[in-house]
Design a protein around this ligand. Structure first.
Ligand code: CO
Length: 249
């Protein structure tokens, strides 16, 4: 069942989204060569707690940290570590989730570390654009897979591939609600989109092919061919006035 949010519930979703967006603003400025992913995690955790929000990932199915920090060939769910030190030319996907007043915001962004090469820059640009192509389809009366299709089309036109094994999701009182939102598939399928739905749309895009595998820590997802991967995610509300991005400032 897809849970529709009332206008009061949407207000809480906006507050949660805003804190997540502010946390991204903070972490973006800390990303530079020499910094460990554990330092980024500590800074975000401190900020979220200061804002009276609750980190959504920590403890979720045993996940040990506040953020996911996914470097280069890591697609998602990289665990922050004092020994993972950012290097010039790398990319890092930072995923942040937080609860405010019982509602969850969830957003990911992939950041360059210093200067990155041209193909990698195109990967980031394409994945971000694909997220917005998907959001553009999050309108009343469309079907869910119109989002999926718009993402896939944009990515594949540019010669990259969309990950199949992980998907976006409904979000609200729980971080993961129905429906699942694949980043691929034909348009015109699935439930009709309604005002009051809140969705986390999150394309994961690889330079090489779309296969992924999970490392022995049971969390870290990497591309099978070890090509680099990007991840962008926003929490979005569907309203009669169009899609409203909750995780931007
Ligand atoms: Co998510």
């Amino acid at each position: 069942m897809i849970i529709l949010k009332s206008s009061d519930e949407l207000k809480a979703m906006r507050r949660a989204g805003r804190v997540v967006a502010q946390a991204h603003e903070l972490v973006r400025d800390l990303i530079k060569p020499g910094v460990s992913t554990l330092e980024l995690d500590a800074a975000v955790e401190e900020f979220l707690l200061k804002m009276n929000s609750i980190p959504a990932f920590k403890g979720y199915h045993g996940y040990p940290a506040t953020i996911c920090a996914s470097v280069n060939e890591v697609v998602v769910h990289g665990i922050p570590n004092r020994d993972i030190i950012l290097e010039e030319g790398s990319i890092i996907g930072i995923d942040i989730g937080a609860f405010v007043d019982g509602f969850c915001g969830d957003s990911a962004w992939t950041y360059p570390v210093g200067e990155i090469d041209q193909t990698v820059a195109a990967l980031l640009e394409t994945t971000e654009q694909a997220l917005y192509k998907g959001i553009d389809q999050a309108i009343v009366g469309n079907r869910l897979s119109d989002i999926s299709h718009a993402v896939q089309k944009h990515v594949e036109e540019r010669g990259f591939s969309v990950v199949r094994d992980f998907v976006g999701h409904g979000i609200g009182r729980d971080m993961h609600e129905e429906p699942q939102i694949p980043n691929f598939g034909p348009p015109g399928r699935g439930p009709r989109l309604k005002s009051g739905m809140t969705l986390a749309i999150e394309p994961m895009v690889n330079v090489g092919d779309y296969y992924v595998e999970v490392l022995a820590d049971n969390w870290t997802v990497v591309t099978r061919d070890r090509s680099w991967s990007a991840h962008f995610e926003h929490t979005v509300a569907i309203t009669d006035e169009g899609p409203e991005i909750l995780t931007s400032l």
